[in-house]
Design a protein around this ligand. Structure first.
Ligand SMILES: Cc1cc2nc3c(=O)[nH]c(=O)nc-3n(C[C@H](O)[C@H](O)[C@H](O)COP(=O)(O)O)c2cc1C
Length: 184
């Protein structure tokens, strides 16, 4: 399968069969994330993998309740990857101070998507989760105040009918060669 075919095949998966993912495969996905580029190569990511059913359930109870309840479907995922950032690294101070860009969020987006695409190749469905109680997630692991829980990625083998086709804007609406024609 070409890279583009793999990218086309990936869809967010929110329904999973009850089957654990071998740690070896989870680690392969994290390896793909580990190799991602990052501003100044600071690699501001750390990954906490929840694959113990009791800990996973407790985590979801804490972080996906109240207004975050729509994300509670991740309790059925075989594993949840908690992506923790270290935003206090020098590249990020320069990035946010001078450029006004939080590079660590870009870095984590790239690393996370590497993970997701590797999972896709292994037949593992994923769903990025940005809607969760990040403060409670931080507390759950007793993380330093200097760390930030940026996102979760739920992982599991897809149940049948687990995906929907989401439309994308056509190329001509999003790409511009050489100038802004007033449509950006
Ligand atoms: C940073 C980010 C955060 C997201 N947060 C959530 C979320 O909290 N809950 C959810 O169900 N999907 C979440 N998604 C998945 C998007 O809804 C999904 O990628 C989008 O609708 C396109 O659908 P597709 O992934 O199936 O192509 C998130 C995706 C990204 C990239």
């Amino acid at each position: 399968m070409s890279l583009l075919e793999l990218i086309k095949a990936r869809k967010s998966v929110r329904k999973y069969i009850d089957k654990p993912i071998p740690r070896e495969d989870i680690l392969k996905c994290i390896e793909a994330a580990r190799l991602a580029p990052s501003a100044e190569n600071v690699q501001p990511w750390r990954f906490i993998v929840l694959d113990d059913p009791d800990i996973k359930e407790q985590f979801v109870k804490e972080t996906c309740s109240g207004i975050y309840r729509p994300s509670s479907f991740i309790k059925n995922a075989a594993a949840i990857v908690v992506i923790v950032a270290r935003p206090d690294l020098l590249a990020n101070f320069i990035g946010s101070g001078i450029q006004g860009t939080n590079y660590y969020l870009i870095d984590i987006g790239i690393a996370g998507e590497h993970l997701v695409l590797q999972a896709q190749e292994l037949g593992i469905g994923t769903c990025w989760i940005g809607w969760f109680n990040a403060k409670k997630a931080k507390k759950f692991f007793k993380l330093s105040p200097r760390r930030k829980v940026v996102s979760l990625i739920a992982m599991g083998y897809p149940a049948s009918g687990a995906t929907k086709n989401k439309k994308r804007l056509p190329l001509e609406e999003i790409v511009f060669f050489n100038r802004d024609t007033g449509r950006i």
